[in-house]
Design a protein around this ligand. Structure first.
Ligand code: ZN
Length: 403
């Protein structure tokens, strides 16, 4: 499967069983991923009950047919399907996610947090019928249109990225941008049941995003630091990261999940990369739409562009980079966090999934390697990553590392 994989095809699963997919129908695993995301927006995935939203019902019906074709016992209801998503890996024949698209040991629901994993969100955003990242893009596009000026939009965008959770008391603090808040207020939601632990909200101090405890236990019975029994939406914060308890979540608002995952989460990488450009006085301007892309103001022709991403699945990232709505003409530099870039398997999978015609044009790098990559006349090979330098020590500069 290559990076410009498009959804409506016959779905060959790893067992060799070919499923009849109606023309225009999503592959079943994409349908399941999107259903999981939709369900989690409202209710806890621990106790989902009837009536099921139509997407979840459709995913269940298709999974039942699929299991019968495989000769396996089908799930009896949506809660059992969700349980499968937490217990079974994506390469399990019931899901049949190709290992060229997603790492085979990934899951769609985190077994501790009981929330859609980042892999699930990335998968639900894959292809022209994706829903999560596309929602983030649409919300930012509407905000840009509402703001009226580029300067105000960038201020609002920065506020969103730095404030995934807003508590009522923030609004009475000195320096609160009251005018800016009126532009972004509609992008915040009441805290959904799915991110509450026994009615309380936990916020991870590492990434600023909501966190959960295993089985939704009452937070005051355990240490308020991250560990094996906790989960945060970043999924990468080190154990021992403090968690802040918000005891009155009805007085808090959370940023729309799509923007938490696709704007707030990669913001650390974005800031680190832009700091590097500032350090060597390379000018840049945001691409229209405000989605983590910048055009460099330099003498290269055609113009060089920079894209900032924090994605767990390199093949899905390659597909995103190859999408026609993403990539502009000319050389492109895709900046990712150090902790992903130092993995040879991540770089190799990204390179293999990138369409051949883009391999000469797209350079994968990190904030620390960006300037060298920009200056390298041979900044092409993905596997060798000319702009990438391994971190010198385990506790190297972690500016972009927590994201
Ligand atoms: Zn975190």
């Amino acid at each position: 499967m290559n990076a410009d994989y498009r959804a409506p095809r016959a779905g060959r699963v790893s067992s060799g069983v070919t499923l009849p997919e109606a023309p225009g129908q999503l592959p079943l695993f994409l349908e399941v991923a999107q259903a999981v995301v939709e369900l989690s927006e409202h209710k806890s995935l621990r106790s989902f009950s009837l009536p099921y939203p139509s997407r979840a019902q459709r995913a269940l019906d298709r999974m039942v047919l699929h299991c019968l074709a495989l000769g396996q016992a089908p799930p009896r209801a949506v809660p059992e399907l969700l349980e499968w998503c937490a217990r079974r890996v994506v390469s399990d024949p019931v899901f049949g996610v190709p290992d060229t698209l997603v790492a085979p040991d990934a899951r769609l629901i985190d077994p501790v947090g009981r929330m859609p994993t980042r892999t699930c969100l990335e998968l639900a955003s894959h292809g022209p019928d994706g829903v999560v990242e596309q929602r983030a893009r649409n919300l930012l596009g509407s905000l840009e249109a509402r703001c009226g000026s580029a300067e105000r939009f960038l201020r609002c965008r920065s506020f969103l990225a730095r404030h995934p959770v807003v508590h009522q008391h923030h609004r009475f603090q000195r320096g609160w941008d009251k005018a800016g808040w009126t532009h972004v207020r509609n992008l915040y939601r009441p805290v959904p049941e799915s991110v509450l632990s026994a009615g309380l909200l936990l916020r991870c101090n590492g990434c600023g995003l909501p966190a959960l405890l295993r089985d939704g236990v009452e937070p005051w019975t355990g240490a308020l630091v991250s560990g094996a029994e906790t989960w945060c939406e970043n999924e990468g914060c080190p154990h021992g990261t403090p968690l802040t308890l918000i005891r009155d979540p009805s007085h808090a608002l959370v940023l729309d999940r799509s923007l938490r995952s696709f704007l707030a989460l990669p913001y650390a990488v974005e800031q680190a990369a832009l700091d590097e450009l500032d350090r060597v006085a390379i000018g840049y301007e945001p691409l229209p739409g405000g989605f983590s892309g910048y055009r460099l103001r330099d003498v290269a022709a055609p113009a060089r562009t920079l894209y900032l991403y924090d994605r767990l699945q390199p093949a899905l990232l390659a597909a995103r980079c190859a999408a026609p709505e993403t990539l502009s003409a000319g050389p492109a530099f895709v900046v990712i966090p150090e902790r992903l870039a130092h993995r040879a398997d991540y770089r190799a999978t990204f390179a293999a999934a990138l369409p051949e015609e883009l391999r000469e044009r797209v350079t994968l790098t990190t904030p620390r390697g960006l300037i060298q990559a920009l200056r390298s006349p041979f900044a092409r090979s993905q596997a060798t990553m000319p702009g990438y330098r391994p971190p010198p020590t385990a506790d190297h500069d972690r500016r972009d590392d927590h994201a």
